[in-house]
Design a protein around this ligand. Structure first.
Ligand code: TYD
Length: 168
């Protein structure tokens, strides 16, 4: 099995419940490498793009409120890229089933997830399910310079018109 990259997001419930350390410890069992990590304030636009495949689902609006932090009053998530052999499968297995009630109890979602009365699965982490999805998601959440490996082809552009902030 070739080396792969996969996206992990520790969702707002994970941060709110102070589970970051526990989750990272569980993920370290895989012996995969962290090649990018950042705390992200999730905009509605990013949430809608990330979950575009679920836009027609009845729970979509609640799902957007969940990932943007609206449900937990805390709009931070921790986004990471893990890299190594069979990274997608290893992390997917460790995360467990989407529905925390059906997740094996020793998986991350089995241990820490719950179902809200609204029906939304509060399942603590997101992980990519397949290589095409991982590539799409990693490109959505990270810029090339955020990642310490050359994962995907890049092109160079000059953007003098782009407004950016530097330390005052
Ligand atoms: P999905 O992409 O199907 O699963 P996964 O996160 O395991 O790749 O769904 C995205 C999120 O949507 C999921 O993590 C939790 C939420 N969700 C629900 O709240 N209810 C549902 O019935 C489904 C299928 C998903």
């Amino acid at each position: 099995m070739a080396e792969q990259a996969t996206l992990v997001i520790i969702k707002p419930d994970g941060l709110k419940k102070s589970l970051t350390g526990n989750i990272l410890t569980r993920l370290s069992e895989t012996r995969l490498k962290i090649v990018a990590a950042k705390v992200v304030r999730v905009s509605r636009e990013l949430a809608e793009k990330h979950y575009a495949h679920l836009a027609k689902k009845p729970f979509f609006e609640e799902l957007v409120r969940y990932i943007t932090g609206d449900l937990h009053g805390d709009n931070r998530v921790l986004a990471l890229v893990y890299w190594g052999e069979n990274a997608i499968g290893k992390i997917h297995d460790l995360a467990g089933a989407t529905n925390p009630e059906q997740a094996v109890p020793t998986t991350i979602r089995g241990q820490y997830g719950r179902i809200l009365t609204s029906g939304v699965f509060e399942n603590v982490i997101h992980t990519s399910s397949e290589p095409e999805e991982a590539e799409r998601e990693i490109k959505l959440w990270f810029e090339p310079h955020d990642i310490v490996l050359d994962l995907y082809p890049v092109r160079e552009v000059l953007t003098p018109e782009r407004k950016s902030q530097v330390w005052a």
